[in-house]
Design a protein around this ligand. Structure first.
Ligand SMILES: [Zn+2]
Ligand SMILES: [Zn+2]
Length: 351
């Protein structure tokens, strides 16, 4: 194993807010793993729409963004099995959790109120050496390339979690509409819902590029919000009643305005995409009560869902569409993400 340096290259947020800048620095400290932690030499990381929140200062974040990275463990802290050294692992948004609360106790640490998050409570994956909690890294099977595994750690897991929530109300063969189906998260959701779970998917997004992608990945129908009357079109496909479930992946307010009109009575709305923090659902208790709507929230997914997703990838059911770029392009890619100009998932290699 090569020597671990004391300084490293990393992406560093300067001036978070509307005039944000992302510098590439070569003098960033390499942190050492504490008890229960490991140090990971990063190989690559996916860039997620929520990295925009870090640079735009939409909350308290650290200077280094990135939360879907893959690398090899190079050293371990106290109380960590040394067998982990040399193993390929993934670092996810869920950096750590309390392991005691009722969410943690039922295997849903992703909903723990005391969780720590990569890029939020500790430096993210856009650095050469990242410290991770040994109990929360994901082991990457040999059959999966690092660049493919990276987007599964956040984009993939978020949609595995979200699609799982349409059950038990919705059965295979019933309609699931996905708003924002052609983006970095949505296109993985289409595959999970259609191929792994057997739902009939109505993909809602804009443009022929996204239409072609969604239909190829298993969607039964595509509705183009730029051209079509989305509500009329979805109703015409679903006996006039609407979809059995609507998964709102797009983080736009418009998507949340539209979703209640796309779901049938007794149907399920799953909230995944994140509009600004003070935005509220446009639904009255009367509507929810009379229509018998079920509203669920999804924030990433469980470790069991992560394993299931990696297996689906090895079985050829779920394949993220990725573009691999060099590290130096990360600032430009995050800029594009803030403008919604990215189809599929961008992954950068770590130098
Ligand atoms: Zn993410
Ligand atoms: Zn907890």
């Amino acid at each position: 194993m090569s020597e671990i340096p004391s300084r490293q290259t990393a992406c560093w947020i300067v001036n978070p807010g509307k005039d944000w800048k992302l510098d590439i620095r070569h003098d960033v400290e390499v942190k050492r793993p504490g008890p229960g932690e490991v140090l990971v030499r990063m190989e690559c990381t996916g860039l997620c729409h929520s990295d925009c929140r870090n640079v735009l200062g939409m909350g308290e974040y650290t200077e280094i963004p990135g939360h879907e990275g893959v690398g090899k463990v190079v050293t371990v802290g106290l109380n960590v099995n040394e067998d982990l050294i040399g193993k390929r692992v993934g670092i996810k948004w869920l950096w750590t959790a309390c392991r005691n609360c009722s969410s943690c106790s039922q295997g849903r640490a992703n909903n723990c109120s005391k969780q720590g998050n990569t890029g939020r409570t500790c430096w993210g994956t856009l650095q050469q050496y990242a410290v991770a909690d040994a109990a929360f890294v994901t082991h990457i099977p040999d059959g999966i390339a690092s660049e493919v595994a990276a987007p599964l750690l956040c984009a993939g897991l978020s949609l595995a979690g979200a699609v799982s929530l349409v059950a038990p109300e919705v059965q295979p063969g019933q309609w699931v509409a996905i708003i924002g189906a052609g983006g970095g998260l949505g296109h993985i959701g289409v595959q999970i819902a259609a191929r792994a779970k057997g739902y009939k998917v109505i993909a809602v997004d804009g443009g022929d590029d996204k239409k072609e992608l969604c239909l190829r990945l298993g969607a039964s129908e595509f509705v183009d919000y730029k051209k079509d009357n989305v509500v009329e079109k979805v109703k015409s496909m679903t006996d006039g009643e609407g979809a059995h479930a609507v998964i709102i992946v797009a983080g736009s307010e418009r998507a949340y305005e539209q979703a209640p009109d796309l779901v049938r009575n007794c149907g399920v709305l799953v909230c995944v995409g994140l509009p600004r923090g003070d935005y509220h659902l446009p639904l009255s208790p009367i509507q929810i009560a009379n229509r018998g709507l079920v509203i669920k929230g999804s924030s990433t997914g469980t470790e069991a869902q992560m394993s299931e997703l990696l297996q689906w990838n090895m079985d050829g059911l779920v394949e993220p569409r990725i573009e691999v770029h060099e590290f130096g392009e990360a600032p430009a890619i995050i800029d594009k993400l803030t403008k919604d100009e990215v189809t599929g998932r961008m992954v950068v290699t770590i130098p």
